[in-house]
Design a protein around this ligand. Sequence first.
Ligand code: KIV
Length: 277
Amino acid sequence: MSGKNSVVSFQQAKDQGRKISMLTAYDYSTAKLMDEAGIEGILVGDSLGNVVLGYEDTISVTMEDMIHHGAAVARGAKNALVVVDMPFMSYQTSVYDALVNAGRLMKEGRAGAVKLEGGKSVCPQIEAITAAGIPVMGHLGLTPQSINAFGGFKVQGKTEDAAKKLLEDAKAVEAAGAFAIVLECVPMKLAELITKELRIPTIGIGAGKECDGQILVYQDLLGMFSDFTPKFVKRYANAGEIMKEAFQSYMEEVRQGSFPAKEHEYAISDDVIDKLY
Ligand code: KIV
Protein backbone atom coordinates (compact mmCIF):
# COMPACT_ATOMS: atom_id res chain seq x y z
CA MET A 1 0.00 0.00 0.00
CA SER A 2 1.31 3.53 -0.78
CA GLY A 3 0.85 6.61 1.42
CA LYS A 4 1.44 7.22 5.09
CA ASN A 5 1.09 4.14 7.27
CA SER A 6 -0.44 4.34 10.71
CA VAL A 7 -2.19 2.20 13.29
CA VAL A 8 -5.35 2.82 11.23
CA SER A 9 -3.83 1.48 8.00
CA PHE A 10 -2.49 -1.55 9.91
CA GLN A 11 -6.03 -2.33 11.13
CA GLN A 12 -7.44 -1.76 7.63
CA ALA A 13 -4.89 -4.20 6.24
CA LYS A 14 -6.11 -6.91 8.62
CA ASP A 15 -9.76 -6.12 7.96
CA GLN A 16 -9.20 -6.26 4.19
CA GLY A 17 -6.97 -9.36 4.29
CA ARG A 18 -3.80 -7.56 3.12
CA LYS A 19 -0.53 -8.78 4.63
CA ILE A 20 1.66 -6.24 6.45
CA SER A 21 5.43 -6.20 5.87
CA MET A 22 7.75 -4.91 8.58
CA LEU A 23 11.52 -4.89 8.99
CA THR A 24 13.84 -3.64 11.68
CA ALA A 25 16.15 -0.67 11.03
CA TYR A 26 18.49 1.34 13.22
CA ASP A 27 19.73 4.21 11.02
CA TYR A 28 18.63 6.90 8.56
CA SER A 29 19.89 5.53 5.24
CA THR A 30 18.61 1.96 5.76
CA ALA A 31 15.22 3.27 6.88
CA LYS A 32 15.06 5.48 3.77
CA LEU A 33 15.73 2.50 1.48
CA MET A 34 13.03 0.43 3.23
CA ASP A 35 10.60 3.32 3.05
CA GLU A 36 11.28 3.78 -0.67
CA ALA A 37 10.75 0.03 -1.16
CA GLY A 38 7.27 0.40 0.36
CA ILE A 39 7.80 -1.46 3.65
CA GLU A 40 4.77 -0.52 5.77
CA GLY A 41 6.32 -0.63 9.22
CA ILE A 42 9.86 -0.18 10.54
CA LEU A 43 10.72 -1.42 14.02
CA VAL A 44 13.66 0.16 15.76
CA GLY A 45 14.10 -3.05 17.71
CA ASP A 46 16.22 -3.49 20.78
CA SER A 47 17.87 -6.18 18.63
CA LEU A 48 20.02 -3.08 18.11
CA GLY A 49 21.94 -4.52 21.06
CA ASN A 50 22.84 -7.67 19.12
CA VAL A 51 23.22 -6.59 15.51
CA VAL A 52 24.53 -3.02 15.87
CA LEU A 53 26.14 -2.72 19.30
CA GLY A 54 27.56 -6.27 19.50
CA TYR A 55 26.03 -7.29 22.85
CA GLU A 56 25.12 -10.94 23.51
CA ASP A 57 21.51 -10.01 24.28
CA THR A 58 19.14 -7.02 24.45
CA ILE A 59 19.42 -6.49 28.23
CA SER A 60 22.03 -3.70 28.14
CA VAL A 61 20.19 -1.50 25.61
CA THR A 62 19.30 1.90 27.11
CA MET A 63 16.63 4.53 26.58
CA GLU A 64 19.34 6.82 25.15
CA ASP A 65 20.26 4.13 22.58
CA MET A 66 16.64 3.76 21.51
CA ILE A 67 16.03 7.52 21.30
CA HIS A 68 19.22 8.08 19.29
CA HIS A 69 18.48 5.33 16.74
CA GLY A 70 14.71 5.93 16.74
CA ALA A 71 15.16 9.56 15.72
CA ALA A 72 17.61 8.56 12.94
CA VAL A 73 15.13 6.03 11.52
CA ALA A 74 12.23 8.49 11.80
CA ARG A 75 14.20 11.00 9.68
CA GLY A 76 14.51 8.38 6.94
CA ALA A 77 10.97 6.99 7.01
CA LYS A 78 8.41 9.20 5.30
CA ASN A 79 5.61 6.68 4.93
CA ALA A 80 6.46 3.68 7.09
CA LEU A 81 5.04 3.53 10.61
CA VAL A 82 8.05 3.77 12.93
CA VAL A 83 7.72 1.61 16.04
CA VAL A 84 10.42 1.99 18.71
CA ASP A 85 11.14 -0.73 21.28
CA MET A 86 10.93 0.10 24.97
CA PRO A 87 14.22 -1.28 26.37
CA PHE A 88 14.60 -3.63 29.33
CA MET A 89 13.52 -2.01 32.64
CA SER A 90 12.07 1.09 30.97
CA TYR A 91 8.49 -0.15 31.60
CA GLN A 92 8.61 -3.23 33.86
CA THR A 93 9.37 -1.14 36.97
CA SER A 94 6.10 0.83 37.13
CA VAL A 95 3.22 2.28 35.13
CA TYR A 96 4.68 5.73 35.79
CA ASP A 97 8.11 4.78 34.38
CA ALA A 98 6.42 3.18 31.37
CA LEU A 99 4.45 6.34 30.65
CA VAL A 100 7.42 8.68 31.05
CA ASN A 101 9.67 6.51 28.88
CA ALA A 102 7.05 5.92 26.16
CA GLY A 103 6.60 9.70 26.08
CA ARG A 104 10.35 10.19 25.64
CA LEU A 105 10.46 7.68 22.77
CA MET A 106 7.72 9.65 21.06
CA LYS A 107 8.98 13.20 21.82
CA GLU A 108 12.73 12.65 21.47
CA GLY A 109 12.85 9.42 19.42
CA ARG A 110 10.03 10.54 17.08
CA ALA A 111 8.30 7.14 17.40
CA GLY A 112 4.90 6.65 15.76
CA ALA A 113 4.30 3.83 18.25
CA VAL A 114 6.20 1.93 20.94
CA LYS A 115 6.59 -1.82 21.46
CA LEU A 116 6.90 -3.63 24.76
CA GLU A 117 7.19 -7.29 25.71
CA GLY A 118 4.84 -9.29 27.91
CA GLY A 119 1.25 -10.33 28.55
CA LYS A 120 -1.15 -9.74 31.44
CA SER A 121 1.61 -8.45 33.74
CA VAL A 122 2.25 -5.41 31.52
CA CYS A 123 -1.41 -4.65 30.68
CA PRO A 124 -1.61 -1.75 33.20
CA GLN A 125 1.35 -0.17 31.37
CA ILE A 126 -0.28 -0.73 27.95
CA GLU A 127 -3.53 0.85 29.21
CA ALA A 128 -1.76 3.92 30.58
CA ILE A 129 0.42 4.46 27.51
CA THR A 130 -2.45 4.09 25.04
CA ALA A 131 -4.63 6.36 27.21
CA ALA A 132 -1.93 9.02 26.75
CA GLY A 133 -2.34 8.76 22.97
CA ILE A 134 0.75 6.66 22.30
CA PRO A 135 0.03 3.54 20.21
CA VAL A 136 1.43 0.32 21.68
CA MET A 137 2.51 -2.84 19.87
CA GLY A 138 2.63 -5.93 22.11
CA HIS A 139 5.21 -8.72 21.86
CA LEU A 140 4.50 -12.30 22.96
CA GLY A 141 6.06 -15.74 22.60
CA LEU A 142 9.84 -15.60 22.74
CA THR A 143 10.41 -12.22 24.35
CA PRO A 144 14.20 -11.66 24.26
CA GLN A 145 14.24 -9.37 27.33
CA SER A 146 13.21 -12.44 29.39
CA ILE A 147 15.86 -14.68 27.85
CA ASN A 148 17.34 -15.48 31.25
CA ALA A 149 13.95 -16.65 32.50
CA PHE A 150 13.41 -18.83 29.39
CA GLY A 151 16.90 -20.34 29.67
CA GLY A 152 17.72 -19.66 26.01
CA PHE A 153 16.13 -19.05 22.61
CA LYS A 154 13.30 -21.62 22.53
CA VAL A 155 9.98 -21.97 20.71
CA GLN A 156 7.17 -20.88 23.07
CA GLY A 157 3.61 -22.16 23.65
CA LYS A 158 4.19 -25.82 22.80
CA THR A 159 2.38 -27.42 25.77
CA GLU A 160 -1.36 -27.12 26.43
CA ASP A 161 -0.80 -24.83 29.43
CA ALA A 162 1.72 -22.64 27.63
CA ALA A 163 -0.47 -22.38 24.52
CA LYS A 164 -3.50 -21.43 26.67
CA LYS A 165 -1.47 -18.79 28.51
CA LEU A 166 -0.22 -17.31 25.23
CA LEU A 167 -3.76 -17.05 23.86
CA GLU A 168 -5.02 -15.46 27.11
CA ASP A 169 -2.09 -13.02 27.14
CA ALA A 170 -2.79 -12.04 23.53
CA LYS A 171 -6.45 -11.34 24.35
CA ALA A 172 -5.45 -9.34 27.44
CA VAL A 173 -2.93 -7.25 25.48
CA GLU A 174 -5.59 -6.53 22.85
CA ALA A 175 -8.13 -5.60 25.55
CA ALA A 176 -5.55 -3.27 27.16
CA GLY A 177 -5.46 -1.26 23.92
CA ALA A 178 -2.53 -2.55 21.84
CA PHE A 179 -2.94 -1.92 18.09
CA ALA A 180 -0.92 -5.02 17.03
CA ILE A 181 1.04 -7.89 18.57
CA VAL A 182 4.35 -9.42 17.50
CA LEU A 183 4.35 -13.22 17.89
CA GLU A 184 7.92 -14.52 18.05
CA CYS A 185 8.91 -18.21 17.85
CA VAL A 186 5.38 -19.55 18.22
CA PRO A 187 4.18 -22.77 16.51
CA MET A 188 2.38 -21.99 13.26
CA LYS A 189 -1.02 -23.46 14.27
CA LEU A 190 -1.07 -21.58 17.57
CA ALA A 191 -0.17 -18.30 15.82
CA GLU A 192 -2.97 -19.00 13.31
CA LEU A 193 -5.47 -19.53 16.13
CA ILE A 194 -4.38 -16.35 17.95
CA THR A 195 -4.56 -14.40 14.68
CA LYS A 196 -8.15 -15.60 14.12
CA GLU A 197 -9.19 -14.85 17.71
CA LEU A 198 -7.83 -11.30 17.70
CA ARG A 199 -9.36 -8.22 16.08
CA ILE A 200 -5.94 -6.48 15.88
CA PRO A 201 -3.17 -7.62 13.51
CA THR A 202 -0.52 -10.15 14.51
CA ILE A 203 3.00 -9.67 13.16
CA GLY A 204 4.93 -12.92 13.03
CA ILE A 205 8.62 -13.72 13.33
CA GLY A 206 9.09 -17.46 13.40
CA ALA A 207 5.31 -17.86 13.75
CA GLY A 208 4.31 -19.06 10.29
CA LYS A 209 2.44 -17.59 7.37
CA GLU A 210 -1.02 -17.20 8.90
CA CYS A 211 -0.08 -14.08 10.88
CA ASP A 212 -1.43 -10.81 9.51
CA GLY A 213 2.09 -9.55 8.84
CA GLN A 214 5.74 -10.52 9.07
CA ILE A 215 8.87 -8.94 10.47
CA LEU A 216 12.56 -9.83 10.17
CA VAL A 217 15.76 -8.31 11.45
CA TYR A 218 17.20 -6.77 8.27
CA GLN A 219 20.77 -7.96 8.83
CA ASP A 220 19.39 -11.55 8.89
CA LEU A 221 17.47 -11.00 5.65
CA LEU A 222 20.56 -9.52 3.95
CA GLY A 223 23.10 -12.01 5.30
CA MET A 224 24.98 -9.35 7.26
CA PHE A 225 24.93 -10.99 10.71
CA SER A 226 26.47 -14.40 11.28
CA ASP A 227 26.69 -14.73 15.11
CA PHE A 228 23.53 -16.86 15.03
CA THR A 229 20.80 -17.47 12.43
CA PRO A 230 17.43 -18.72 13.67
CA LYS A 231 15.54 -21.36 11.62
CA PHE A 232 12.80 -18.85 10.71
CA VAL A 233 15.17 -16.52 8.80
CA LYS A 234 15.10 -16.43 5.01
CA ARG A 235 18.15 -14.83 3.43
CA TYR A 236 17.11 -12.66 0.48
CA ALA A 237 20.61 -11.46 -0.41
CA ASN A 238 24.18 -12.10 0.57
CA ALA A 239 25.05 -8.49 1.22
CA GLY A 240 27.56 -9.46 3.91
CA GLU A 241 29.77 -11.18 1.30
CA ILE A 242 29.30 -8.31 -1.19
CA MET A 243 30.34 -5.81 1.51
CA LYS A 244 33.39 -7.86 2.49
CA GLU A 245 34.50 -8.10 -1.17
CA ALA A 246 34.08 -4.33 -1.60
CA PHE A 247 36.10 -3.65 1.58
CA GLN A 248 38.88 -5.92 0.27
CA SER A 249 38.91 -4.26 -3.18
CA TYR A 250 39.14 -0.84 -1.54
CA MET A 251 41.98 -2.01 0.71
CA GLU A 252 43.92 -3.45 -2.25
CA GLU A 253 43.49 -0.29 -4.34
CA VAL A 254 44.62 1.90 -1.43
CA ARG A 255 47.68 -0.30 -0.96
CA GLN A 256 48.46 -0.26 -4.69
CA GLY A 257 47.85 3.49 -4.98
CA SER A 258 45.15 3.09 -7.65
CA PHE A 259 42.57 4.75 -5.40
CA PRO A 260 41.99 7.67 -5.33
CA ALA A 261 42.26 8.21 -9.11
CA LYS A 262 42.29 11.46 -11.13
CA GLU A 263 38.48 11.72 -11.12
CA HIS A 264 38.37 11.72 -7.30
CA GLU A 265 40.79 14.66 -6.91
CA TYR A 266 40.13 18.39 -6.39
CA ALA A 267 42.19 20.78 -8.57
CA ILE A 268 44.06 23.93 -7.57
CA SER A 269 45.88 26.36 -9.87
CA ASP A 270 49.66 25.73 -10.16
CA ASP A 271 50.19 29.50 -9.53
CA VAL A 272 48.88 29.08 -6.01
CA ILE A 273 51.07 26.07 -5.33
CA ASP A 274 54.15 27.76 -6.87
CA LYS A 275 53.76 30.73 -4.53
CA LEU A 276 54.08 28.42 -1.54
CA TYR A 277 57.77 27.61 -2.31
O1 KIV B 1 14.07 -6.19 18.68
C1 KIV B 1 13.61 -6.71 17.65
O2 KIV B 1 14.20 -6.68 16.57
C2 KIV B 1 12.32 -7.37 17.76
C3 KIV B 1 11.86 -8.17 16.59
C4 KIV B 1 12.62 -9.43 16.52
C5 KIV B 1 10.40 -8.38 16.59
O3 KIV B 1 11.68 -7.27 18.76
